[in-house]
Structures are given as C-alpha cells and as structure tokens.
Design a protein around this ligand. Structure first.
Ligand code: AMP
Length: 483
C-alpha cells in the first residue's frame, strides 16, 4: 500500500552561520527558534546540523522544551549550519520516522529538508516514484521532494531542487540544507509564510518573525511567492524559476494560526486581528455589558471589538496556560476533556451580565458549545457570539489541519441553526468583504481574491490533483478517511 501524506501544520527554521570561533551555535539558535514556533505544531520537533564534516540530528515526539531542554542534546548537534521543524499531523501518523527534517544521502552529499504545507499531488507523485523503484521510509509529503531530487537528471543541487519543485503542486514553505548551503523556498502562490532574517554574519530562514525576535535577529524581508533563496559563503542569491501567478497567502494565518507578535507581508498580525474585531463590531453590534474573549485566540479581536463598540473588555473566561491547545490533541475524547481543562468561567464577573463572546472560528463547534454552556452556568443574562472569521465551510488542503467537511458545523447549517446548536442568543461571523477590508483595506475581489480563503469560500486556488483523481477507488477511500 502506498500511504498518503498526512495533513500537516508546521513551522520551519534554518540558520547559516560563519565557521570559526565567532560562529553561531546553530543548534541552540534553532531550538530557540522552534520554541517561538511551537504554536505551529506541538506533536514533534527535529533539528539537523552540519559541522563541516558530519551531519547530526535529533528528532523526537513532543514539545521542543521537553526534547531539547538538556545541554547534552544541544552539545550533540555541533555546527554553524542547521535546520529545524515543529509539526502537528492528524492522528495515525505520529511516528518518529515522519518527524522532520528528513535527511538523505545523495550523489552530491547529504541533504535535509523541512517543510510546512501540504502537497496536493503527493499521492499521485508518490505512486509514480514507487513504480520507478523509489522506496519510501515515511508517509510524509516531504519525502516526495527528497526522491524527486534523488532521481533528477540535473547536476547541481539547486537545479535538482528546481526540477523536483516543478513536479509538485500544493502549498509549501520549505527550508533545506546541504554541506554548503541553506535553501529556502516558498510555493508560487505563497500560501504559507517564510521570512529572511540576519543575526550578525548569520542568515536565518523561518516561518514567522517571532522566531527571529527570540534570538535577537533582524528581520530582512519576506521570501516572495515562487522564490528560492540560496545562502552560502558567497551570500544570499535569489532565483525565481516558476511562471508568476497572483499570490494567495493564507488569510487564516492572519485570523488564527500565526503568532500575534509576528509581522507577515508587512502587516502585524495583532493589529490585523484588532482591525477584524473592530470591523465585526461595526457589522454586528449588539447591546451588551461586556466583551469577553475566548482566550487566547479570541483576545486581539475582542480588544478591537470592545474599542470600536465602547463596550468594556473583560476577562470573563480564564485560561489555564499549562494545558496545550485542545484542537491539537488528536482524538475526540481528549478534545472534549481538554476544553474543560483549559478554560474556566470567571463567574464573579459574568453573573447577570449581557456578554459578547469573541472567538476566531467555529470548526466542529465543540469549543463554542462548552464555553457558552460554561458562561451561562456562571449566570450570564445573555450570550452573544461574534466570530472573527467567516463560517468555516470547507477543509484546508494546504497545511492547516481541519477535519473533513462533514465535521465542519458551518458546512451543513446556516447561522441561525448554528446559533441554536451552540446555545447563544445571537451569533454573527465577519463578512468576507469585512475580513478583506480589515486585512488589506479593500473588499474581496471575486475575480481575483488577494488571499487563499478556501476554508470559507470553497474556492481552492491550487488544483487538488490527488482528490480529483478518481481512477483508483482505494485512493478515494483513503482520501475520505483522512479528509
Ligand atoms: P471547534 O471546537 O472544533 O469548533 O474548534 C474551534 C476552536 O479551535 C477555536 O477556538 C479556534 O481557536 C481553534 N482552531 C480553529 N482552527 C484550528 C486549527 N486549525 N488548529 C488548531 N486550533 C484551531
């Protein structure tokens, strides 16, 4: 059986430092970078380094802080060149052999690759590669890239990589390293983020600017959609080998996924979330005594809502920070338990009050149902829910983990019906145009939307080749299993 790549949410980090005494400890910096990216994936982390002679790697399931906290681990990862990865994948594929960075020995030497995103033709490509004799070690999409590089007839690493990338479709921001180079790539649509930073002589490539801040590095620029950046002793070289297409950055990164202190494409994520909250208040104001965020994801939008509406902001729900993101724990039973572990109503503040609850999204509805119930039990007089994204009606196939469509509450129910199910007095989502106004200052252009918003509109900018291929029944059933 040829397994299909799991859906992945990930963060990537790479550093190219100078050799010699002033050289950076690449592993230590990478581990710090991964700490800052932990919100992008909490199931596993890995680091590969090169010390001028050998590659070293450490990959483990669990949080960065648990697997990389000891000095012994860092000491076993010498070198001034490193890449690292944090990942979350859907259940069933949480095995160590899938933990990135993936490493392979080629004709030209060793190479490690770490990838954020999802390839949409991974299964079809893998099928062809297996027919050509490639033996896969993992179920990760990224291994396709490794095999395509290995079987390419081009000579240089960069030409082989370009050749490989021309055969893949989907969303990807990746960092790769060889003995001499650190390489970064953003897919032609630029769905997932990737930035370039600098720390002294060292160059850094990473998913978000918060991973530059943690090591005191300066932000240089975003890697452009379709751009390959090659960093070596000669400096930074940019290549744009793909036909140019209109970029479609993931709008959900702004709404939920990226860290609020990050800056993406020149925009501070926190400021955008506040602007979305303010827009939400303009669109769906309701008389209330307080605006309460569902922490932490609803906080910036709730501040924006409160400022715009003049209704006081209150911490009516307190979050226990020692429990991970509920959504990220696979399995329904844990998720149900997780919601109660994670939030508690601040009953003293809520009693008898008309409350506007603000959250970023309703996916299955589990979180909202529990939270609303909790707020009502705490004695709130009215509960109004405001959501800082449009209804999530479609699954993401580009690197944000969402359940299959059947499990998305808004895929089958209108707003009024959802309001009834989650038990609120009123429910409103931000409009598509309102969201675009807040993020980009202009309404959504239906002919050429500025962002990927497939989870709200069902318009998928990148072909879903694996899903469209109906020639093989087993493929389809596998896809349905995995959503
Ligand atoms: P649900 O309980 O399934 O409706 O999930 C909604 C909650 O999960 C919201 O509070 C969001 O903050 C959070 N959430 C939404 N999308 C994701 C995602 N892709 N990964 C992790 N958490 C998410």
């Amino acid at each position: 059986m040829i397994p299909l790549g799991p859906q992945e949410e990930c963060g990537v980090f790479g550093i190219f430092g100078q050799d010699g005494e002033s050289g950076v400890d690449a592993a230590a910096h990478t581990v710090l970078g991964l700490h800052a990216l932990q919100h992008r994936g909490q199931e596993a982390a890995g680091v590969v380094t090169y010390d001028g002679e050998h590659f070293h790697s450490h990959r483990a399931l669990g949080h960065v802080g648990d697997s990389f906290s000891s000095q012994d681990v860092i000491a076993k990862l010498p070198g001034t060149l490193a890449i690292g990865h944090v990942r979350y994948s859907t259940t069933g594929d949480t095995v160590l052999r899938n933990v990135q960075p993936l490493f392979a020995d080629f004709e030209f030497g060793g190479m490690a690759v770490a990838h954020n995103g999802n390839l949409t033709n991974a299964y079809l490509t893998r099928k062809q590669l297996v027919r050509r004799g490639c033996i896969f070690q993992s179920t990760s999409d990224s291994e396709n890239i490794i095999h395509l590089i290995a079987t390419s007839l081009y000579t240089t690493v960069v030409d082989r990589l370009i050749d490989a990338l021309r055969q893949i479709e989907g969303a990807y921001s990746l960092v790769a390293m060889t003995q001499q180079k650190l390489i970064g790539v953003r897919d032609p649509f630029g769905v997932r983020p990737l930035v370039l930073g600098k720390l002294g002589d060292a160059h850094i490539l990473t998913s978000e600017t918060c991973a530059l801040d943690i090591i005191g590095a300066d932000f240089v620029r975003d890697i452009e959609p379709g751009e390959i950046v090659v960093i070596d002793d000669k400096g930074v070289r940019s290549i744009k080998p793909f036909a140019q297409v209109a970029s479609r950055f993931c709008v959900f990164e702004y709404i939920y996924f990226a860290r609020p202190d990050s800056v993406i494409e020149g925009k501070n994520v926190y400021a955008i979330r506040k602007a979305i909250g303010a827009q939400l208040a303009r669109e769906s104001h309701v008389a209330a005594d307080m605006v309460v965020p569902v922490p932490d994801s609803g906080v910036p939008a709730a501040i924006g809502y409160a400022e715009e509406s003049g209704v006081p902001f209150e911490l009516g729900i307190i979050r226990n920070h020692y429990v991970g993101r509920t959504f990220i724990e696979p399995g329904d039973s844990i998720r149900h338990l997780g919601v109660r572990l994670k939030h508690n109503a601040n009953a003293w503040r809520l009693k008898g009050k008309r409350v506007v609850l603000v959250d970023d999204s309703i996916v299955r509805g589990t979180t909202s149902m529990k939270i609303v119930d909790m707020v009502r039990r705490a004695g709130a007089a009215e509960v109004h829910m405001r959501i800082s994204s449009p209804p999530t009606t479609h699954s993401c196939f580009y690197g944000i983990d969402t359940p299959e469509r059947e499990k998305l509450l808004a895929a089958h129910a209108e707003v009024e019906e959802i309001a009834k199910r989650i038990g609120v007095d009123s429910l409103a989502y931000i409009s598509d145009d309102g969201l675009y106004q807040a993020v980009s200052g202009a309404a959504r252009d239906p002919k050429s939307p500025r962002y990927c918003d497939a989870c709200f509109t069902g318009e998928y900018p990148i072909r879903l080749a694996d899903r469209e291929d109906s020639t093989e029944p087993r493929l389809l059933s596998l896809m349905q299993e995995r959503g």
